[in-house]
Design a protein around this ligand. Structure first.
Ligand SMILES: NC(=O)c1ccc[n+]([C@@H]2O[C@H](COP(=O)([O-])OP(=O)(O)OC[C@H]3O[C@@H](n4cnc5c(N)ncnc54)[C@H](O)[C@@H]3O)[C@@H](O)[C@H]2O)c1
Length: 263
């Protein structure tokens, strides 16, 4: 099926690795022009190279999304190069030590909120004027089921993502009249470098055997009996970026193998 993304320009935060890189490759394969944002310059280079080797179009969008001036600058450069931004994927996030809330460091909490929540606000603030002017836009925010269901030892991270969920709904109400859809995708556990790093830290703490037992237990909690893969999330991102979903806005869609089923 042609998703009609071939003339679209998409800005993807945190696409120098992990799920964001998969989104970038998939949009490019659909013919979209991709701005690869990250703070990791090597990661950006890798994603841009992979896209170009496959015959796609991409440019780097290096900036720390917690700094509004830097975001505005990156968006301006992208609009100059590609003419506009049609689609924004707010994907970048950080997650620090998974320990009880009272043991977390306030500075880590600040950073988690800065990247997930302020990063999303800053990028949206930078692209929305152009989208409103052109009366077209899609914003897709990547959140987490940890925010929808609650998750011990992920209190700061899930609080930041809870803010992104509220932002999704409120801004969708404001900008729907301009033909702009804003939605959130809520993955549960998905194999990515972020998850691999969390597992590595856990393995150091509890050892390989206990880790594997825990992984098996986790799989049993999922009705589909599997952990998500990057393409599971990416396919949903493509759907929400396409006109197939033009009547969907302000929604939070879990991509989670049935882990939770919010009403
Ligand atoms: N992997 C999972 O199990 C899982 C589950 C639920 C939700 N998610 C969400 O999916 C999204 C992607 O997660 P992932 O697993 O690919 O993570 P990841 O850590 O692999 O990738 C995140 C990317 O964001 C970049 N980044 C961090 N801070 C930044 C900043 N200030 N400015 C620009 N870029 C920055 C990092 O360099 C990295 O490339 C996140 O929003 C995460 O919360 C992931």
């Amino acid at each position: 099926m042609d998703l009609k993304l071939s003339d679209k320009v998409v800005f993807i935060t945190g696409s120098g690795g992990g799920l964001g890189q998969k989104f970038a490759l998939d949009f490019a394969a659909e013919g979209a022009k991709v701005i690869v944002n990250d703070i990791n310059a090597r990661g950006i280079e890798q994603t841009v190279d992979l896209i170009k080797q496959a015959g796609g179009q991409a440019m780097p969008g290096l900036c720390d999304i917690t700094a509004l001036a830097a975001v505005k600058d990156a968006v301006k450069k992208a609009e100059t190069a590609y003419g506009r931004i049609d689609i924004l994927i707010n994907n970048a996030a950080v997650q620090f030590a998974q320990v009880p809330f009272i043991e977390t460091r306030p500075e880590d909490c600040d950073r988690e909120i800065q990247v997930s929540l302020y990063g999303t606000l800053h990028c949206s603030r930078a692209v929305l004027p152009g989208m409103i002017e052109r009366k077209f836009g899609k914003i897709i925010n990547i959140v987490t089921d940890a925010a929808r269901a609650g998750q011990e030892r992920e209190v700061n991270y899930s609080s930041a993502k809870g803010g992104v969920i509220s932002f999704t709904k409120s801004i969708a109400r404001e900008v729907g009249q301009h033909n702009i859809n804003v939605n959130a995708i809520s993955p549960a556990a998905t194999n990515s470098p972020m998850r691999a790093e969390a597992l590595r830290r856990l393995q150091e703490k509890i050892g390989e055997q206990k880790l594997q037992e825990r992984e098996e237990k986790i799989r049993r909690v999922y009705p589909m009996r599997r952990i998500g893969e990057p393409e599971d999330v990416s396919n949903t991102v493509l759907f929400l970026a396409s006109d197939l979903s033009r009547h969907i806005t302000g929604q939070v869609l879990s991509v989670n193998g049935g882990f939770i089923m919010p009403g």
